[in-house]
Design a protein around this ligand. Structure first.
Ligand code: CA
Length: 450
């Protein structure tokens, strides 16, 4: 880990005592091998006890449990600034906490880490504030005012480009401009039932188009970044400052109707093929927890260097992140037979991403566009270059031409009703605690009648 202080912005990515792999929690399940939520993680989510109808509140995942911050705030004598920062969390308002900025986030994380560590005097007071994750109902972690989806997975962009333009898969702007479009925030959720959309479809040879249920329903495995602090309209965020605007990451499934997309996308890009549903994992893993997994941002030899507004020494040294990403599929038949889900792909953001999060923030605001606390940026589909690393069915089935053979004899080119898609992400490296981003699952429901 690079902890040099020679960069203007080091606060995000420098590790501290909260990242120490030797740290242990008095919550025994936090030490479970390959668990997502050790004491070094401490992600935030919005929850309530399932079926209780009680107000939503922010909790911190620890092992198999959630620390209920609504209960924890009055249970312990927190340092005054931390207690003030935790007040909106107790009220279920993560956005207000996100707006407070990195020094407050770090102080709160340090206090939570100390309180949950072995030997803490807060143990007896906080133990009753734990709720089993199995009993927690989760919702979106924050209000997402705006959602932007980028396209930074260069292997995905190349593979999809080849389906349409075999000789010229990447358009000339790709290596210069972080490509993106404005998505739809109202249809964001944390998974569950996903209704198959209907729309205009026009298969080759169809004349005219028809309206009906999507026949080529797909997923896209992405990471989502949640913005912490806002910028004023007309005031771009420099790449040096961009790191401090980022609050944390989630796993993101950009559900995609390929047949609707094919017919509608020119000339203005995706519209109804994407806006029916987007799912994110309910736990936001903070940039502080991800600090041990920072890696240099490098470009292949011969590729253009980013323009100066997308370049900084810090970004080159530690702008990228080592995150492993997986997609799992369980069909209705597999579920009925009690068969386990099958892994469709495994990829890594380090291989897949052509731009860093700081570059996306700097680019997004470079025209003066203002970002707000809770805004969501999707990375784009994070496919790797190899077999078994394709993070959408469009790629796995080569545009629907090569069906996937599933255990049990089923085949898929795109998703069928009853299919359950689960995406997971985690970080692991020698000498660090494993940090999981949790998972997001969605089950495809039949299109609405009529
Ligand atoms: Ca996408």
């Amino acid at each position: 880990m690079n902890t040099s202080t020679s960069f203007a912005t080091t606060i995000t990515t420098s590790t501290d005592g909260t990242n120490d792999p030797a740290l242990r929690s008095w919550v025994a399940s936090a030490a479970r091998e390959a668990g997502d939520f050790p004491i070094q993680n401490l992600p935030y989510g919005r929850f309530r006890r399932r079926g209780s109808g009680e107000p939503w509140r922010i909790g911190v995942a620890i092992g198999d449990d959630v620390l209920d911050l609504r209960a924890a705030l009055p249970a312990v004598s927190w340092p005054a600034p931390v207690a003030a920062a935790m007040a909106p969390l107790a009220d279920g308002d993560l956005n207000a906490f996100m707006a407070l900025g990195r020094p407050v986030w770090r102080a709160t994380r340090a206090a939570l880490s100390a309180a949950l560590a072995v030997g803490s005097t807060a143990q007896a007071s906080l133990a009753p504030c734990l709720v089993s994750q199995a009993e927690a109902e989760m919702t979106l972690p924050c209000r997402v005012g705006d959602y932007t989806d980028f396209y930074i997975g260069i292997h995905h962009a190349t593979a999809v480009g080849k389906l349409f333009r075999p000789d010229n898969p990447l358009l000339p702007n790709y290596k210069w401009v972080p490509i993106g479009y404005h998505g739809r925030a109202s249809s964001l959720g944390v998974g569950g039932d996903i209704r198959r959309p209907a729309g205009q479809l026009k298969a080759a040879g169809d004349e005219p188009p028809v309206f009906g249920p999507c026949k080529r329903l797909d997923y896209e495995l992405e990471l989502g970044a949640l913005i912490g602090t806002a910028n004023e309209q007309g005031r771009p965020v420099t790449i040096q400052a961009a790191e401090d605007a980022l609050f944390g990451l989630t796993v993101l499934n950009d559900w995609s109707a390929r047949d609707i997309q094919t017919w509608e996308y020119q000339p203005l890009g995706p519209f109804l093929s994407k806006s029916f549903a987007t799912s994110i994992s309910p736990w936001v893993v903070t940039m502080e927890a991800l600090a041990p997994f920072r890696r240099p941002f490098v470009r292949p030899d011969g590729d253009p260097a980013p323009l100066p507004y997308l370049d900084s020494p810090f970004n080159r040294a530690a702008g990228a992140l080592d995150v492993t990403l997986e997609v799992w599929l369980e069909t209705a038949a597999m579920r009925a037979a009690g068969a386990p889900a099958v892994r469709l792909s495994q990829s890594n953001a380090l291989d897949a991403a052509y731009w860093t999060w700081a570059q996306l923030v700097a680019h997004h605001t470079s025209n003066g566009c203002n970002l707000q606390p809770g805004d969501l940026l999707g990375s784009g589909t994070l496919s790797g270059p190899g077999a078994g690393q394709a993070a959408s069915m469009l790629e796995l089935s080569v545009g629907g031409k090569q069906p996937l053979l599933l255990p049990g004899g089923e085949q898929r080119t795109f998703l069928a009703d009853g299919d359950r898609v689960t995406m997971r992400a985690y970080c692991q490296a020698v000498g660090t605690a494993r940090i999981g981003l949790g998972e997001v699952s969605g089950t495809v429901q039949a299109a609405a009648a009529g």
